[in-house]
Design a binder for this molecule. Structure first.
Ligand code: S3P
Length: 415
């Protein structure tokens, strides 16, 4: 895919529906008592993998455009499940199946087989689960067991791990409590509560008891992680303005908007909807910017936006620093390396560190490189934005990986 430098960007856009919320709406409704309708569901590859897995487990799921009807199942079939590239599907399923009656195998693509799974296997084992893996990596074989509740202090801030433990807790005797030092996205808690689960949150911790779920109809908001691309593009291109319609603004996800504000670009909100998952039309315009520092406490609120935040830093004169972000190493690719190498190839002055990166922004990027995103959707999209803002453009190899989370992404660059 060739991305040419763009001259102007004045648009109102609708970005891909939220991936995290779509996964959960499909998975939780698939085990609920009845039928639910999910509107504006993300039909990206990751969520399609969740649909296929839940069908194999016994749920009936019908798709019409972006409307998904889910008929929950009480019994889960023993089965072999394939999650493709989707870490969220993988980790949430381990928790969902640990206490189910049956035997299950979960596997995925080459990237999934490299990603750490001990972070879910270890706490689930404390609950009495029987999960076998290949030295902590996929595939994982689950023999459903009777589970007991635990108190678990999360060693890493991860919504996938927290969600896996809470889903297992819904099938366990006693109370399961997860404590987080840094709060990760809370879509699981919000949705399980709305579905009638016995779940409660207090400062820094969330607890759950054995529960069954009622079906929940939901309209999924736009994904702030997808909105990040046009928002950064407009922030860096002289004269640009963009409005992202109906974008999710759950405060556990909006670290990017805080960084933009601290840099001098103030996002403007209109048509706010105060649902459990709030949303708004968000407008951002080009302006003067100052460098930024991102530190550990805010990392979970913007973890997937760091590649495109590194692009933003290239267009701000001066030194920007991202630290406390070692989790980037275990995403779909090692995103410290893939981000730094791609931006270096485009002429950026950027250094990888053990827990992040340092960007000495020049206010421009040369471009003129061919980038291999190694199958990582967020690298392909962040580097496309970098190319559009650069002097010479960029060529992205195997660009189809964007379909994991944002199938229509390249339409952003159409005149
Ligand atoms: C996700 C949580 C995050 C994020 C991923 C989606 C989720 O991962 O990076 O894209 O939907 O729970 P971690 O939980 O590993 O931080």
């Amino acid at each position: 895919m060739e991305i040419k430098p763009i001259k102007s960007f004045q648009k109102t856009v609708t970005v891909a529906p939220d991936k995290s919320i779509t996964h959960r709406a499909i998975m939780f409704n698939a085990i609920a008592n009845g039928k639910a309708t999910i509107k504006n569901a993300l039909m990206g590859e990751d969520c399609l993998a969740t649909i296929e897995c839940m069908r194999s487990l016994g749920a009936r799921i019908e798709i019409e455009g972006d409307v998904v009807s889910v008929f929950g199942t009480k019994r889960l079939n023993s089965s072999s499940l394939y999650v493709g590239n989707s870490g969220t599907t993988f980790r949430l399923l381990t928790g969902l199946l640990a206490g189910a009656d049956g035997q299950f195998t979960i596997d995925g693509d080459a990237s999934i087989r490299r990603r750490p799974m001990k972070r879910v296997i270890n706490p689930l084992a404390l609950m009495g689960a029987d999960l076998k893996s290949f030295d902590g990596k996929a595939p994982v074989i689950i023999n459903g067991k009777k589970l007991k509740g635990i108190n678990y202090d999360m060693p890493v801030a991860s919504a996938q791990v927290k969600s896996a433990i809470l889903l297992a807790g819904m099938n366990a005797d006693g109370i399961t409590t997860v404590t987080e030092k840094v709060r990760s996205r809370n879509h699981t808690e919000l949705m399980l509560e709305a579905m009638g689960a016995k779940i409660w949150a207090e400062k820094g911790r969330v607890s759950i008891m054995r529960s069954t779920l009622n079906p929940l109809d939901i309209t999924v908001p736009g994904d702030v992680s997808s909105g990040a691309y046009p928002l950064v593009l407009a922030s860096c291109l002289d004269g640009a303005t963009v409005t992202v319609k109906k974008m999710g603004i759950n405060p556990t996800r909006t670290g990017l908007l805080s960084v933009l504000k601290n840099c001098g670009i103030t996002p403007v909100f209109s048509s706010k909807k105060k649902n459990a998952e709030p949303s708004a039309d968000v407008t951002v315009s080009y302006g003067e910017k100052k460098p930024f520092t991102i530190d550990k406490p805010i990392i979970p609120y913007l973890i997937d936006e760091i590649p495109v935040l590194a692009v933003l830093a290239c267009f701000i004169e001066g030194e920007s620093v991202i630290r406390g972000a070692e989790e980037l190493k275990v995403k779909e690719s090692n995103r410290i390396d893939t981000t730094v190498n791609a931006l270096k190839a485009m002429g950026a002055d950027i250094t990888a560190t053990d827990d992040g990166m340092i960007i000495r922004g020049k206010g421009y990027l040369k471009g003129g490189a061919t980038i291999d995103p190694v199958g990582d959707h967020r690298i392909a999209m962040a580097m496309s934005v970098a190319g559009a803002l650069s002097q010479e453009g960029v060529e992205i190899l195997s660009p189809e990986c964007v379909a994991v989370s944002y199938p229509n992404f390249f339409e952003l660059f159409e005149e």
